[in-house]
Ligand binder design. Structure first.
Ligand code: FAD
Ligand code: SIN
Length: 538
């Protein structure tokens, strides 16, 4: 077995005698749909502190476009939504979790509506779109193609009106504080205030995903997998890390950010065409453009390879212009800024890393294996998505699991009459003296490596190459003590990449979003099970 550079338990040195202390009943890390939902519940019976590393509304949630999959139509049923979700999961979804989240969804979405969220309507009735893998139009949306913004701003309004909730923005959580496999808060850093120890009776991790480990991604800069890495360093179990979902259609213009072209565009009739203008999806899958995402992404890649082109196109020119502009105002605006009129021109697209299906393993109350630590939303692996996530199921999951984590945390504090007892911690993390590191260069090289070797198509040769390169970077980056987020994020991204690659190497089959060209078949007898990663010493 090859020697690996083990990450340090804490990324920085600190001494509790000389560090500022902050106290709260519940600490929520992250301010997307999951963190805000958790905070609102937890604040019913105590003080809550939300810590978030950027401004409060900079997160994956705020960029969500397509909508929320939820059973609110009279013609839809919970059983149908559960079946579609389980079918997509390809044998690895947890049926009880799927049932809980799908059944609880309508209550949570109706609560959002009571709080003022406005979803798109026609003749005073909610309108529903159909997305890939769903056999029923059950996706509600807001502002046409800016659903996440509406959800995020509604939750922020509720949070700001709540006197029990404080928010520290621009505050980077570096590590969870643990003792005897119990979490007691976190160590964090603020540009002006420096380091602080936040002591909490319960901690809720809601730090979202890690799309930034890939060169091509729909995720904003904050998605560097910090929560996954800090949970791993603290000794939590991470499950299903090989299952990274790639979205089939992001705008592909050299030099432009990879702006998502929502699946709803295909739901409304958008057609995928290759360089020669040929429609190709019907020959690959009976649901054509609305096949599950892994199928669409893999076949786009095939067409790109066949035609020797960097991208394919979405064609919506047959949809009436007024309808198109009203339904997708943001996409229209962004494309127009690059000289593309969506009613007249083809939209150049290709796949990008989009969503981390794996994450910190939790039970149905969002509890992790570390006492007093919860995880919810994208950072968690609830078991809902199995090996493939259905579009628009994750805002739903974030809403429901955030609610559950917040509710359980506040209930358990009341039951246990828990008092906060800060203790002495003296950590020394210093090690490597290397000072000539170009963090940007390592970061960019890592993203290119992950895209090339651990992307949509994988095989042993490339995964091994990725493992070796990552280990080389780890050997001089992991041991070094950094003093600002650029270094910590790089350490987190290296660790998360290593876990993705190790899990992908282990799973010698193809299933859901994990496609191995050297093992193209699904191997149920061997692999209808989860892969769990846990550090040896915590
Ligand atoms: P996020 O919303 O990402 O929030 C994570 C928070 O944690 C952020 O505030 C971040 O700043 C904070 N954070 C991270 N690390 C630290 C740290 N070290 N210290 C302090 N704070 C930290 N899903 C759907 O269901 N429907 C859709 O239509 C849809 N569209 C999408 C479109 C795009 C472009 C993207 C990127 C995703 C989309 N998804 C969609 C997926 C969905 O948006 C996310 O899975 C979901 O919003 C995740 O919510 P979250 O609360 O778990 O994390
Ligand atoms: C999209 O709008 O296509 C993204 C939906 C999702 O990721 O759930």
């Amino acid at each position: 077995m090859k020697k690996q550079t083990e990450p340090k338990r804490y990324m920085i040195s600190f001494d509790s005698h000389t560090t500022a202390h902050v106290f709260t009943d519940v600490l929520v890390i992250g301010s997307g749909v999951a963190g805000l939902s958790a905070a609102i519940q937890a604040a019913k019976h105590g003080s809550v502190l939300i810590v978030t590393k950027e401004k409060i509304d900079e997160n994956n949630t705020a960029y969500a476009q397509g909508g929320i999959a939820v059973v609110l139509s009279d013609k839809d049923t919970t059983a149908k939504h559960i079946k579609d979700t389980l079918d997509a999961g390809q044998g690895l979804s947890d049926a009880a979790t799927v049932k809980t989240i799908v059944s609880e969804g309508p209550r949570r979405v109706n609560e959002l509506i009571e709080w003022g969220a406005s979803f798109d309507k026609e003749n005073n009735h909610l309108v529903f779109t159909q997305e890939g893998g769903h056999h029923f139009p059950r996706v509600i949306h807001a502002r046409g193609d800016s659903t996440g913004k509406e959800v995020e701003l509604t939750l922020i309004r509720v949070v700001k009106e709540n006197k029990n909730i404080k928010v520290f923005d621009h505050t980077f959580v570096i590590d969870l504080i643990t003792k005897d496999a119990t979490c007691n808060g976190a160590v964090a850093w603020h540009t002006k205030k420096g380091n602080m120890l936040i002591w909490a009776k319960r901690t809720i991790l809601a730090t979202g995903g890690c799309g930034q480990v890939y060169r091509e991604t729909t995720n904003p800069d904050v998605a560097t997998g910090d929560g996954l890495a800090m949970a791993y360093r603290a000794g939590a179990a991470l499950q299903d890390m090989e299952f990274v979902q790639f979205h089939p259609t992001t705008l592909y213009i050299a030099g432009a950010v990879r702006f998502l072209i929502t699946e709803a565009v295909r739901g409304e009739g958008g057609i995928l065409r290759n360089k020669k203008g040929e429609r190709f999806m019907p020959k690959y899958h009976p649901q054509a453009e609305l096949a599950p995402r892994d199928v669409v992404s893999q076949n786009i890649l095939k067409e790109m390879q066949k035609t020797g082109h960097t991208h394919v196109y979405i064609d919506v020119r047959h949809i009436p212009k007024e309808r198109l502009y009203a339904r997708f105002p943001k996409i229209r605006e962004i494309c127009a800024s690059f000289g593309i009129d969506i009613a007249r021109d083809l939209i150049p697209v290709r796949p990008s890393a989009h969503y981390m299906i794996g994450g910190v393993k939790v039970n149905r109350f969002s509890r992790t294996a570390i006492k007093q630590l919860y995880a919810c939303g994208e950072v968690a692996c609830t078991g809902m998505h199995g090996a493939n996530r259905l579009g628009s199921n994750s805002l739903l999951e974030g809403l429901v699991t955030g609610y559950m984590a917040g509710t359980d945390a506040s209930k358990s504090i009341r039951r246990s009459k828990h008092e906060l007892f800060p203790y002495t911690i003296q950590e020394f993390a210093g090690g490597s003296k290397i000072s000539w590191l170009d963090l940007n260069d390592i970061g960019n090289s890592l993203k290119s490596l992950m895209w090339r070797d651990a992307g949509i198509e994988r095989d042993e040769k490339h995964l091994l190459e990725a493992e070796d390169m990552i280990e080389m970077w780890c050997s001089y980056v992991m041991d070094k003590e950094f003093t600002n987020p650029a270094g910590w994020e790089l350490q987190n991204m290296l660790l998360v990449s290593r876990l993705i690659v190790a899990s992908a190497r282990k799973r010698t089959e193809s299933r859901g979003v994990h496609h191995r060209s050297d093992y193209p078949e699904t191997d149920n007898p061997r692999w209808k099970r989860h892969i769990i990663m846990k550090r040896l010493k915590s």
